[in-house]
Ligand binder design. Structure first.
Ligand code: AMP
Length: 215
């Protein structure tokens, strides 16, 4: 099954992708995580992506499309995957359709998470992640048992450099102009499902995801 998770930064895509991965044993493909790793490893891709990521702009389509072309062909993707943060523009969505049709696959469902903008800012500014195992927390809504420490692996948690308010507002603008048109794109293809996720907990939203995905 191929599932696309859509929605603005902070809407809960990453959290729901992790839950789907655990429940359905499908890999979560996050272009944001792949780019952050490239940046940390100092690869040419990471160095190129850095300036865009730090200012909250989208990394050029050609770069992310290239990394995705390789990723979807990996053996762990054979039974499907959950896309988190890709596609993020119409050219990316069109490129995804082509790369999937090349391997005889297609998107089963695109789930859009609808959350009001002011709630997104509160969610993002409290977000903390584990650099080692990728677990995610929120200082208010899902705090770790020990402040600043990952419950799963004991690593020190960090706040993403682009989770500060100014960059977040820019990321939301970029989302509205470049990514939101995908809602219409997938609606026209008949694969869009919308979840009103504002005010919801990860559990209540996941219950709706499960209903849509059918397990
Ligand atoms: P995320 O972790 O998905 O919020 O992504 C963090 C940042 O990585 C974004 O603000 C973009 O700069 C970049 N990025 C991630 N995915 C994409 C994508 N599909 N297209 C372009 N830029 C991306």
């Amino acid at each position: 099954m191929i599932i696309v998770l859509l929605g603005p930064p902070g809407c809960g895509k990453g959290t729901q992708a992790q839950r789907l991965m655990d429940a359905m044993h499908l890999p979560q493909i996050s272009t944001g995580d792949m780019l952050r790793k490239a940046l940390k490893d100092g690869t040419p891709l990471g160095l190129e992506a850095k300036k865009y990521m730090e200012s909250g702009q989208l990394v050029p389509d050609s770069l992310v499309i290239n990394i995705m072309k390789e990723r979807v062909k990996s053996p762990d993707c054979a039974k499907g995957f959950v896309l988190d943060g890709f596609p993020r523009s119409i050219p990316q969505a069109e490129a995804l359709d082509v790369m999937l049709s090349d391997i005889g696959k297609k998107i089963d469902v695109a789930i859009n998470f609808d959350v009001p903008e002011e709630e997104l800012i509160i969610r993002i500014s409290g977000r903390r992640s584990c650099p080692k195992c990728g677990a995610m927390f929120h200082i208010r809504f899902s705090p770790p048992k020990t402040e600043g420490i990952c419950d799963k692996c004991g690593e020190k948690l960090y706040q993403r450099a682009d989770d500060n308010e100014e960059t977040v507002r820019n990321r939301l603008k970029v989302y509205n102009s470049q990514t939101a048109p995908l809602i219409d794109y997938y609606s026209k293809k008949g694969v869009l499902k919308n979840i009103v996720a504002g005010g919801g907990t990860p559990d209540s939203v996941f219950a709706k995801v499960k209903e849509i995905v059918g397990f």
